[in-house]
Design a protein around this ligand. Structure first.
Ligand code: RUQ
Ligand code: CUA
Length: 761
């Protein structure tokens, strides 16, 4: 793009659009023939294609696996909308490169060590009465047991909390029906106290558990002090789900190694996986979390690492913890929308087991248990808890639900298929092959009380032959399947090139209402006014000892201050406030060589901080192409040697402009004004006030125009004194304000035309 869009370009852009592009004469049949597309292909394309300017019906949030991020995409188009930085530094968003986001990552440090990656597994959208409400999203890190909170008003990570008692987890990022708690179940057992214990002490000293993180919806933050855990046996707990409706107040957690096998082929023992799958059943943990929370309030928990843990013996005594045998090395546990049934898939089984909450409660009430486990936890017999078992295929993992009554979909890892089945009648209804080795699957709002059906996405671990080869490391494959009819239909393959996405959740797009700007001066990571924020005209640089603090502003196409002078060894903090109100007018900020970067969206204030430890000249600049004069949006950080004194003349070189240069500038200014008048004429001739986005653009443009009188007075005063350098440069500045105003004005005009603004005069 040219940086000097002079008047010609402005005039051109003012024309009423480009005229319709000449369509090629090719017919649909021609295209199908040329590209080798079948009728079915074209139908699939039509079902997924979202024309330019149109939006998707659903928005999906996929865990980014080892990337520690969150991937946001639209359904059915499968267009990726955003990567949200969560556990991992991400430069575009400035995450980990500005002070506020660094603080979030630092809060996720473990034993004082900053962790700069995460194994993100399960995103969960906040719920109200079991329905997705679109306010918050939670996601877990399996490798370093942590939970993060993302605010869906701005899609930013606001908090990372570290589990105080686990060393790894998996059943995390699942919420209770009103998001009272975010659940996080342990995976690989370890001592809850952060101490060493030999593997020989596994049964006595190693423990699993489940943490219930209290969520304060008003603050939008997890409250660690009000959170608690329930101690569990070292059974390798796995995925978790919350009860709802009749089962609200309870939670269900799988386990896959109730054998408590600890491996040791080095010592001649059979391998880990053999020992962990020796028994035919493992245990589903059934926990009354509501009662557990009360017990903790009554002081019945033990403090471990400063955190409330309800110990197993207390939980057993108080009747809030039970086990149900489940076949065999299970993985998924999913509560049906009506809250009456709990569906468990045994990885090494061909069945899904459908447990009845009512039956489980009846057994508990009757005190009917088949045994106690080695830790004294009552075990309800499988047959007393089971409603039915359905043979769905090999390697069942996870289950999601349809809007249609009793219809469920289960992923079959070994078969590489999705099975559609009826959990009321126990009949398998349909199967479809996927490519390949599916893990999770997702239907629209498919684990809420009111699933929306329509589409299913198969989250495949392998993509083998599906895409253009890109080397031995293949992308993942998200496959979109139409589930609106009786037969499932494969529509689209989407490669995901960013870590193994485990679970994904999708919400109706209409439920999300993210903002487009911040209140001026907001620290987006704390949601509070940023202490470094200033308004236009208040920019200031202060020094206290060796600390230099800049409070500056950004607005097209200018960084204030233009120069920052410090002495080598100074600690420099640069706070910048984006004064824009126009949608999408983000500025970036980078300083050469100091590993800092900020993304500063309209209204946001961000600070970057570094020690200027090497003398020299460091340009800083805006990293987003924000306007025609974006390249000019720069400045210099001058790091001076100690006790540096200016030598000789320090005057800045003169430009030697002439009166003719000045007159040429004035002519351009007059011509540009004509363009602006015509745009303003159009905007004020329609109902632009009905479009809030345009109103803020108009405010923004007016801001720029209001700066003109001052610059105009300056060039006129300089001209009177025949100082043609000053006169020409200030006339140039007038033109710069005009260009920015015209740029916004033209964007407003295009917006109004595209949104069919009505003539009002
Ligand atoms: S996982 S493939 Cu939920 Cu982490 Cu099942
Ligand atoms: Cu601001 Cu480029």
């Amino acid at each position: 793009m040219s940086t000097c869009i002079k008047l010609g370009a402005l005039t051109l852009a003012l024309g009423m659009g480009m005229g319709s592009a000449a369509w090629s004469a090719e017919s649909l049949q021609d295209v199908m023939k040329r590209r080798g597309l079948s009728q079915q292909d074209v139908l699939s394309a039509a079902k997924t294609y979202v024309p330019t300017g149109k939006r998707d019906e659903f928005v999906a949030f996929a865990s980014g696996g080892q990337s520690g991020q969150l991937i946001v995409y639209g359904v059915p188009s499968m267009r990726i909308l955003k990567y949200v930085a969560v556990f991992t530094p991400e430069p575009w968003q400035g995450y980990g490169y500005d002070e506020s986001s660094r603080a979030i990552l630092k809060a996720g440090a473990i034993n004082g060590k900053e962790i700069t990656w995460g194994d993100a597994h399960h995103p969960a959208i906040s719920e109200t009465q079991g329905k997705y409400d679109g306010q918050y999203l939670f996601i877990n890190d399996k490798a370093n047991p942590r939970i993060a909170v993302v605010d869906l008003r701005d899609f930013e990570t606001k908090q990372i909390v570290v589990n105080p008692v686990f060393k790894s987890e998996h059943g995390g990022g699942f919420v209770t029906p009103n998001t009272e708690y975010v659940m996080e179940a342990a995976q690989y057992a370890a001592p809850l106290e952060n101490e060493f214990q030999p593997l020989e002490a596994f049964n006595e000293k190693y423990r699993g558990g489940i943490t219930y993180w209290k969520f304060d919806r008003k603050q939008g933050r997890i409250v660690p002090a009000e959170s608690f855990s329930v101690e569990l046996p070292p059974y390798a707990q796995d995925v978790t789900d919350a009860g709802k409706g009749p089962s609200e107040g309870w939670s269900f957690t799988n386990s896959f190694c109730s054998e408590r096998y600890v491996g040791g082929i080095e010592k001649g023992r059979p391998p880990y996986e053999a020992g962990c799958s020796a028994k035919d059943t493992d245990y589903m943990h059934v926990i009354n979390w509501k009662k557990a929370a009360e017990l903790v309030k009554q002081g019945k928990a033990k403090k471990i690492n400063g955190h409330n843990v309800l110990m197993m013996d207390t939980a057993v005594k108080e009747g809030i913890l039970f086990l149900v045998p489940e076949p065999k090395s299970p993985h998924g546990v999913d509560v049906a929308p009506d809250g009456k049934l709990i569906i468990v898939s045994g990885k090494l089984d061909t069945h899904v087991s459908v447990f009845s909450f009512e039956k489980i409660m009846a057994a508990i009430k009757a005190g009917k248990f088949e045994s106690k486990d080695p830790y004294g936890i009552p075990v309800i017999s499988m047959k007393d808890a089971l409603q039915t078992q359905v043979q769905v295929g090999l390697g069942p993992l996870h289950t999601q639900f349809d809007a249609k009554k009793c219809v469920a979909y289960t992923s079959l890892y070994v078969d590489s298929q999705v099975a559609k089945w009826d959990y009321c009648t126990g009949k398998v209804l349909d199967k479809i092959s996927v490519h390949y080795n599916i893990g999770h699957l997702m239907t629209m709002e498919g684990d809420a009380v009111d699933p929306k059906g329509r589409y299913l996405v198969a989250l495949n671990k392998l993509s083998i032959d599906r895409f253009n080869p890109v080397g031995p490391l293949h992308p993942q494959n998200h496959q979109l399947i139409d589930i609106s009819g009786d037969k499932m239909q494969l529509l689209y393959d989407m490669p995901i090139p960013l870590g193994e996405p485990h679970n994904t959740v999708a919400i109706e797009a209409s439920k999300l209402r993210p903002g487009v700007r911040y209140k001026v001066g907001t620290d987006s990571r704390t949601d509070k006014p940023h202490p470094g924020a200033v308004r236009a005209g208040e920019e200031v640089t202060t020094r206290t000892g060796k600390k230099v603090e800049v409070k500056g502003t950004l607005i097209r196409s200018h960084i204030t201050p233009e120069t920052i002078e410090v002495e080598v060894g100074d600690e420099v903090t640069i706070n910048l406030t984006n004064l824009e109100r126009a949608e999408d007018e983000t500025h970036g900020f980078a300083v050469s060589g100091y590993n800092v970067h900020a993304s500063i969206e309209p209204g946001k204030t961000v600070a970057v901080k570094f020690v200027a430890d090497k003398e020299g000249v460091y340009p800083y600049y805006c990293t987003e192409f924000c306007s025609a004069l974006h390249l000019e949006m720069m400045g210099y950080l001058l790091v001076k040697p100690k006790n540096w004194k200016p030598q000789g003349t320090s005057a800045i070189a003169k430009a030697n402009y002439t009166e003719a240069n000045y007159r040429t500038r004035l002519k351009t200014v007059a011509e540009t004004q004509a363009v602006i008048d015509s745009v303003v004429g159009y905007i004020t001739s329609v109902n632009y006030k009905d479009f809030p986005d345009v109103v803020s653009m108009v405010e923004d443009a007016t801001d720029q125009l209001n700066k003109i009188p001052d610059a105009k007075a300056r060039h006129e005063a300089a001209a009177a004194k025949k100082d043609w350098d000053q006169a020409t440069l200030w006339a140039e500045q007038v033109w710069q304000y005009q260009v920015k105003a015209a740029d916004i004005g033209l964007r407003a005009k295009t917006y109004l035309e595209q949104h069919n603004a009505k003539k009002t005069r």
